[in-house]
Design a binder for this molecule. Structure first.
Ligand SMILES: [Zn+2]
Length: 269
């Protein structure tokens, strides 16, 4: 274990569990690109250097926790070695129906390696359909089939899931709990005190977010998180006004991606 990693453990041991700030990543890419949720490998390296420093810092702040949604192959080929080189782990949420049979997404061998090295694995649905669009039977299939398949293939219990597109309502949350999940990761930008509750907020990280801005986000008294919360509330109000499907279509046009309800890719949060 490297010295910084050891120091970060010591900080928690002496101060008790710090409030968490969960950060949501998707794809990593080698160079520049237009897809806003893909982040460059060099930039990601700067982010995780910041996480190591933040965890070791003497002054209190949020404890950064990286998570990944979708199961893109770059999570394994790019993010995993970078995390390993800093002694860090991350939580990976997998679109289970894509595993092993969709180009550019991880297979079971990659997932077993991540799990074996201490990276918690969670579900992200079976087909990445927005759960708020599912009828009861579809909802049950998206939630149960993905959990049971992960458990079978990885030989471990799966208790966490993240919501495709971040969409949820009371009915979806109840179905998640009924399907055996005890923690549901959302895209609501908020910090979490420990122990975690049933829903866990996360900050969606975009490719243009500089480490200096994330450093401000990790300060407990910073206004950066409040601004994100205001922006999130405005986006939610826009979705309610336009309707989910129109919002999806507009988001895909602006970002030159297929709407995720038809292609299955991306998170138009
Ligand atoms: Zn997703």
């Amino acid at each position: 274990m490297d010295p910084l990693h050891f120091e970060s453990k010591t900080k928690e041991q002496t101060q008790g569990p710090l409030p968490r700030l969960y950060l949501l990543y998707h794809e990593l890419r080698a160079g520049e690109g237009r897809y806003p949720y893909a982040i460059g490998a060099v930039m990601f390296g700067r982010h995780i250097d910041l996480f190591v420093r933040a965890r070791a810092a003497k002054r209190p702040g949020f404890w950064p926790e990286p998570t990944f949604d979708d199961g893109h192959i770059s999570n394994y080929e790019v993010a995993y070695p970078l995390l390993q080189s800093r002694g860090l782990t991350a939580r990976f949420f997998i679109t289970v129906g894509w595993t092993g049979n969709r180009l550019d997404y991880m297979g079971w061998e990659e997932l077993r390696s991540l799990h074996k090295d201490g990276n918690p694995i969670g579900a992200h649905g079976w087909t990445h359909t927005l759960l708020t669009h599912c009828n009861d039977r579809e909802l049950q299939a998206e939630l149960s089939k993905s959990r049971l398949t992960l458990e079978d293939k990885l030989g471990t219990s799966i208790a966490a899931m993240s919501l495709p597109g971040g969409r949820y309502n009371r009915r979806v949350l109840d179905a998640c709990l009924q399907a055996g999940y005890t923690q549901v990761y959302t895209s609501v930008p908020k910090a979490e005190s420990m122990p975690l509750g049933t829903t866990v907020g996360r900050v969606n990280i975009l490719g243009n977010m500089q480490p200096e801005w994330i450093e401000r986000l990790l300060q407990i008294d910073s206004s950066a998180l409040c601004r994100l919360k205001r922006r999130y509330r405005m986006k939610e109000a826009t979705k309610r006004l336009l309707g989910d499907r129109l919002y999806e279509g507009l988001w895909a046009i602006v970002n030159r991606r297929e709407p995720e309800t038809s292609s299955g890719e991306g998170d138009s949060q």
